[in-house]
Write a protein that binds this ligand. Structure first.
Ligand code: AMP
Ligand code: MG
Length: 533
């Protein structure tokens, strides 16, 4: 443990091994033949630390007292850097909503540097919202408090849920005001500016390779791939066409695992553009994401995607494959073997088709999965849930309460449904055919569990490690934002604390586990979000 940021062991391999922008000019432009541009964070008027993640501090090898230091505040808000850092913005491109968008890059993210911990782990520290870069295009390089609260809380919540993700070290307001047209309706207003310090092994994206390929810059493509493999995938060995293929297969595997986890907890990313896909298989770029409340595979929180719903919950697995296909195209010149790349791409489907049913069986508490029996049971449930408004998180958590081994062989309808009633948004609508089908499904479910002979207590214990009771419900994040905008970060801190243990009942905090209240159904920020941030 070290007691100051300056004592960290910086080893800036990304900027040391890759070509940088020869031009020292912080103005929006196309940057060729370079993986990054050196740029300094912008100074802020009156930074204030609202929250920090003590787990992220520990992960970096920092003593908890560091968070109280002025050095920490100045660095994580962009007002100061440490000599051993090498601040820069990365160049990348991407496919946005299915279309090639050309150069994007870190328009408002500045990576400060890379550290290596005593345990040998490599972490990049990156400020999001720290001022303009050559990649800012027409925007200001800043971030507002509402989107920063959302990124900070969700990064840490996902980590504690067991979903691969970039981390968030800190959330600070800058004291500066930022102009945003939140509803894209021509009524811009000032909002408080904020900066989140993110942490990840690297922020290399699918789009990092796509930009090099789109410009036929094969030197950059190869240098970037070699850097990525030797730094982050050293177990694969020295780069060669076979190793590039193996590396791509590993990205496919990790991406499948990540998306299985999203589907498990009901997370909708909202903007699965290829510039928002990490080559580490980490959830990255928390923008207009959301959590499924009523189980609706057609739902996306992103108003920009409202028409086609390309990135809706139920489409995420397919989009993962589409995005990987773009990465395969980008690295093709390194492999020059379509069949090999296709086989590596198939790893995604194979992996997903193995892991998803296993995950779903675990959500149902099936101790010894039996695909022949379980597939129809799972499929019928997922057909049934969207027929009425039923809260995904509450439903699966409550399913563990359905008594099988410790109850009579066929309870009456009321008794059977009783543990689940809290999950239904409108009891009046939970009637007729839907109710009858749910009862029929529950009887099949009970029979399956009874045949397996797993005691209720064992099943419940297992299910409660898979089905969280606390997730970052959209309206909870919004309540924390409302308070933070009024100068009170207490709810941000409390939610961070609740979400540290998402699988444990926390007496006194039951309200955070309840389904969305009615007022939140249509309120901006609680149900739908624009990309404005
Ligand atoms: P996103 O949809 O947040 O992944 O952003 C897409 C692209 O727009 C990325 O290149 C971002 O860096 C850039 N971008 C988003 N917001 C801003 C902003 N306020 N200032 C500069 N660039 C931005
Ligand atoms: Mg992005």
């Amino acid at each position: 443990m070290v007691t100051s940021l300056s004592e960290l062991n910086f080893d800036n391999r990304f900027t040391a091994e890759l070509p940088g922008d020869p031009l020292d000019l912080n103005r929006p432009r196309q940057v060729h033949n370079a993986a990054f541009s050196r740029v300094q964070p912008a100074a802020t008027a009156a930074p204030r630390l609202l929250a920090h993640s003590s787990e992220a501090l520990t992960m970096l090898g920092l003593d908890p007292i560091v968070a109280d230091s002025n050095e920490f505040l100045q660095v994580i808000s962009g007002n100061a850097t440490i000599d051993a850092m090498d601040p820069h913005a990365a160049c990348y491109g991407g496919h946005q909503f299915g279309n090639w968008a050309g150069q994007l890059g870190d328009g408002r993210a500045i990576t400060l540097g890379e550290i290596v911990t005593e345990a040998g782990e490599r972490h990049m520290l990156q400020l999001k919202g720290a001022g303009p870069t050559p990649y800012s295009r027409t925007a200001d390089g800043l971030a507002v408090l509402r989107s920063s609260v959302r990124e900070f809380l969700c990064s840490e919540a996902m980590h504690h849920l067991g979903v691969p993700t970039t981390r968030a070290l800190s959330l600070a307001t800058t004291g500066d005001q930022v102009m945003r047209d939140m509803f894209y309706d021509g009524r811009p207003a000032f909002e408080p500016g904020a900066v989140v310090c993110r942490v990840a092994p690297s922020f290399i994206r699918f789009g990092s390779f796509e930009i090099a390929r789109s410009r036929e810059d094969l030197d950059l493509l190869r240098t970037l791939a070699d850097h990525t493999i030797t730094t982050h995938f050293p177990e694969l060995g020295a780069p060669s066409p076979e190793v590039y293929t193996e590396w791509f297969a590993e990205i496919a595997r990790r991406t499948a695992d990540m998306i299985v986890q999203w589907q498990r907890v009901g997370f909708v990313h909202g903007v699965m553009n290829t510039d928002n896909m990490s080559i580490h298989g980490l959830t990255i770029d928390y923008g207009p994401y959301g959590w499924l409340e009523d189980y609706d595979p057609g739902w996306t929180p992103n108003t920009t995607d409202a028409q086609h719903k390309r990135y809706r919950f139920g489409a995420q697995p397919h989009i993962g494959q589409w995005n990987l296909t773009q990465l395969a195209n980008a690295i093709y010149p390194l492999v020059e073997n379509v069949d090999a790349l296709q086989s590596a791409l198939d790893v995604y489907i194979t992996r997903f088709n193995e892991e998803w049913p296993t995950m779903m069986a675990a959500k149902l508490g099936l101790g010894t999965p039996n695909p022949e029996l379980d597939q129809p049971l799972i499929g019928d449930l997922l057909d049934l849930l969207p027929k009425t408004e039923v809260d995904m998180t509450v439903f699966f958590r409550s399913l563990a309460e359905v008594a099988v081994s410790e109850s009579e062989s066929d309870p009456d309808d009321e008794a059977l449904l009783e543990p689940l009633l809290g999950a239904y948004y409108d009891p009046a609508l939970f009637s007729g055919d839907v109710r009858a089908e749910t009862l029929a499904w529950l009887r099949r479910y009970r029979k399956r569990i009874a045949d397996e002979g797993r005691p209720d207590m064992d099943r419940k214990k297992a299910m409660n490690t898979i089905n969280p009771t606390y997730v970052l419900r959209n309206y909870l994040a919004q309540l924390a934002i409302d308070d933070a905008e009024n100068g009170d970060p207490a709810l941000v801190t409390e939610l961070l604390d609740v979400l540290r243990n998402p699988y444990d009942e926390q007496p006194g905090r039951e309200r955070f586990a309840e389904k969305r209240p009615d007022w939140a159904r249509t309120r901006a920020g609680c149900s739908m979000l624009s990309c404005s941030s």
